[in-house]
Design a protein around this ligand. Sequence first.
Ligand code: 0RA
Length: 637
Amino acid sequence: MSKNESSYSAKDIQVLEGLEAVRKRPGMYIGSTGPRGLHHLVYEIVDNAVDEALAGYCTNVDVVIRPDNSVSIIDNGRGIPVEKHPKIKKPTVEVVLTVLHAGGKFGGEGYKVSGGLHGVGASVVNALSEKMIVEVKRDGHIWAQEYDKGKPVAPLTPTSRSKATGTKITFWPDPSIFETVVFDYGTLAARFRETAFLNKNLRITLTDERELEPRREEFRYAGGIVDFVKYINENKETIHAKPIYFESEGPEGMVEVALQWNTGFSDSVLAFANNINTHEGGTHLEGFKNALTRTINDYARRQGILKEKDDNLSGEDIREGLAAIISVKLREPQFEGQTKTKLGNTEMRGAAQQIVTQGLSEYLEEHPKPARAIVSKSVQAAKARAAARKARELTRRKGLLESSTLPGKLADCSVKEAALTEIYLVEGDSAGGSAKQARDRSFQAILPLRGKILNVERAGLNRALSNEEIQAIIAAMGTNIGEEFDIGSARYHKMIIMTDADVDGAHIRCLILTFFYRFMPDMIEHGYVYIAQPPLYKVSFGRKTEYAYSDAQLQQVLARLPENTKYNIQRYKGLGEMNPEQLWETTMDPGRRTLLQVTIEDAAAATRSFADLMGDQVEPRKEFIQRYAKDVRFLDI
Ligand code: 0RA
């Protein structure tokens, strides 16, 4: 072996330093080491495969969760190149999987999924895995290599012959890095469904081999984002039968839009750039909204539905009940904003505006019946909004929404500094009473809610605002709602929903979350909304007690007991069965409790779950509750 080959090169040292940096500060690369960061590992590899699909070389991606919590991602793309990398003198696949930021296609033709938290590269996944195995089918062989915490265990080796092409990556996330290495099927399924909607005809399967009876789903949509819109409106009554669709491709990139109105009150407009959900919006969404508002107003005037003396319909009125997807693909996306999910490319504003104006004008001219129905829905919305404004002004005059008049049943805390305080929204007056006795009154406020709060998804703004429980929540929070919402006036920075651990409790929790989702979504975005976790069981033995928060945990507690120990199990059916002291030590003491933070990672999935639960149709709601009643984690989407 020549000296050159055996000695450690500067490049090797760079690689090791790179891996070290990722393992030392994983949060910098994947956002967090919680469940979110863990799931990002899978997205990173799947996004690489989707890039192959966008380039036209891959039609199929299979994802398999194994019983040992490893995950395999198998695609039928070209396979990661195996020939020697010209600069680094190692197989390109090894470079892609060990060198930071080497994941790219070296040259950059076509559109790529990158930006936001993603696009960090497969090497980051490798560095954060205690083990990874790559298998590449390419150039007549299957090539394999194994890695240990990002470092190759042996050189890349051809194992057998194959005429096929593709990549299979299996990784075992490192439990010394992640808070949990247990993947959530629902979280992955929601993400892959969305990816499949955004990439027409791409087939993604998800298989969970952790259960005795493996669970498997296939996502493939011949209609692309048209199917996405149908899916959002699935359990709703629509105003026109078919979603409206248009697309354009130009030098600045590709724009695709699908939209369909339903008879509901809320809008679900989701914008994507290179398959990334641009939660913070950006130029593509602005162009879409401008064109929509202008085109509908122009049409309404031309048809004489709006008279000369009438005000224009507002964008918000027009978007009431609208389900829409706007998906753009561009070569050099610029992502801005706090969470890097705001598209900045200015050329996209014009491109989106142009295609929406042209496409929608044509549609309205050619489909007079749906056109009239859409406009009349907007006119209704404008009327209702004017009435709601009046009602709100009246209520405000009466002082009901003002923070100066706090609701009578609120037991406020003494500390005034919002960043230090929390409010518990508690189901029922009796549990509310216990919570008031249990709390630390310096920083914990209690607001008992009587039974079920109003279902805002079905009631509309007007009725919602005259509901007593809702007025109490708004007044207690101090932020106001909708357009007048102001996060800076929040009276507490933790809003904790505390309900019984049964089906009714799950329902009430969803009603409250729906309210926040529709009227104060920024509370969720800012991470102010939490769910308390009361225990399900108390195990008493000798003079000791232990609490269990799930059936699995109960089994663990029992298994730990010394042999022949006498014990007693108490099952809590509701918060009311705990005395204040127990409530404090299990659910309210910041030192001992567990809180689940509510996030909106996947707005589409959230919208859909809320719609399933809260919409007009009963069947999906029943199904949803039966399926999830025992598992509150689904809320942490
Ligand atoms: C670098 C270059 C090329 C493809 C890929 C990487 C690639 C990466 C992954 C990760 C998962 N599946 C993948 N498939 C492909 C281009 C290959 C060429 O030019 O032939």
